[in-house]
Ligand binder design. Structure first.
Ligand SMILES: [Zn+2]
Length: 264
């Protein structure tokens, strides 16, 4: 292969490492979220050998710049450089657990092969907040809200999807993921899988879906309200993803072992 051919058969790409899995003896399939091509899985050959120079750049949660060679199944990473390493996500277990959660949601919800600048910016911004913010629960709830909005899975929070009437936020409505979100008391009470949705939770959901993190972090919320919201959101996500998230078990275990850190 001459130089021109090699150039035609390769491309540059940058993105966040959101998933990795081992392949064979020394290889690894690395999944990235990229602004240009959405979610993309690439092969890192020999990356698990101690001599690999690429390995350090392909850690989870790293923002990397890659040179990639086209191949038949997975394209192959030929060169990797770190743009930003987010070390704070690796040195603190609570921050790590939330970063896993964010990465796992991106892995399942980011469209493959379809670039989205807004989604990529959200992911980058969320990692930045998780590295520094005091209230990690709030960062994760804010991220979920915007992830669902951008990917088109936003729950209904304003109009009852069953009867089309506007929801009265001062009353107790019902949460029903299979029906699309919040249902009015009349429709919600009778439906299977409904759960009463307190006004404080619906108000908070609306606020998170429509505000930047700068606004959201100024809220003073009781930890139990955030944990309550977490339950409603996980109920919804379980329905959308049709699975339980592995990272959630990690977050819960950590919370138990560390004695219920109020904001984690
Ligand atoms: Zn209704």
């Amino acid at each position: 292969m001459n130089n021109l051919e090699r150039r035609l058969r390769s491309y540059r790409l940058s993105g966040l490492v959101i998933h990795r899995r081992d392949m064979g003896e020394a290889d690894r399939v690395v999944t990235l979220l990229t602004p240009q091509r959405g979610r993309i899985a690439l092969l890192a050959k020999g990356v698990r050998k101690v001599t690999s120079r690429k390995a350090g750049h392909l850690e989870l949660f790293t923002h990397v710049r890659l040179q990639v060679a086209k191949a038949r199944t997975w394209d192959i990473i030929t060169q990797a450089d770190t743009i930003r390493a987010f070390p704070g996500l690796r040195t603190n277990l609570r921050r790590t657990s939330h970063a896993y959660y964010v990465a796992e949601l991106l892995y399942y919800l980011a469209p493959e092969g379809e670039g989205d600048e807004a989604l990529f910016s959200l992911a980058l911004e969320t990692f930045e907040h998780l590295e520094r913010a005091f209230n990690l629960l709030l960062v994760s709830r804010w991220f979920e809200a915007h992830l669902l909005r951008i990917t088109g899975f936003q729950p209904q929070l304003y109009i009852c999807p069953a009867c089309g009437e506007p929801l009265d936020v001062e009353r107790t409505n019902y949460w029903n993921p299979a029906e699309g979100g919040a249902l009015c008391p009349r429709c919600g009470a009778a439906r299977k899988g409904s759960r009463p949705l307190p006004p404080r939770v619906l108000k908070l959901m609306r606020f998170l879906h429509t505000h930047t993190f700068d606004h959201v972090q100024k809220l003073s919320l009781r930890p139990d309200v955030l944990l309550e919201l977490e339950e409603f959101m996980h109920m919804y996500l379980r329905h959308v993803l049709e699975r339980d998230l592995r990272s959630l078990a990690f977050i819960r275990r950590l919370r138990q072992e560390m004695g219920g850190g109020s904001n984690d």
